[in-house]
Write a new protein. Sequence first.
Length: 235
Amino acid sequence: MRLGIISALAEEQYGLIEAMQGPAKLIHGMREYTAGKLWEIDAVCVLSRIGKVAAAMTASILVEKFGVTHIIFTGVAGSGDLGVRVGDIVVAESLVQHDMDASPLFPRFDIPLTGQSHIATDRELTRRLAVAAREFLENEALAPQMHRGLIASGDQFINKRSQISALKDALPDLLAVEMEGAAVAQVCFEFGIPFGVIRTISDNANEDAAVDFMHFVQTVASRYAFGVLKNFCAR
């Protein structure tokens, strides 16, 4: 395995570079890629920045230039379900681009000419991420829960109750919303690369989302990402 680890923001990957053995940095396409060993796993860490295009470009470079064999996206997300609370962890089983709509040429959410709308994550990576997340929460004696299911991505920061309600009506199984995962999923689907997405819930995707998001990212997100990925790599 050569594992590519992507996050949108530095706080979502804090501590991973410092934990690497023999890190080597390379700047390519306005991004800094750091390769080394993470708990004995060959890994490449990179920040994609925010949004689907940025994430897709980053994932493509990881595959084409750095030869990664597996990709994990880790970061934060807004809640897409009343049962998913701030601090909970969502491990994606499938991802959909909620702003993809080429109707009437194609059904809503279908990615034209791929035959895909909901792209499934790799079963084994997803299983390992779920186990790592559950162990992290148990070891830390934390109250938050781990969920598995559908995550939706789009080039919008969802911060209105009306937005999340409309998405929930269209996607009843929705657990979380963010801005990158489904783009990475499409890249990995087309390259045949196993991938997983794990998100910590930072806000409720409502009118308080922006304030809650920044506070959570700065105070909590890095600890979650580091702890879960350490468990994942050490298994």
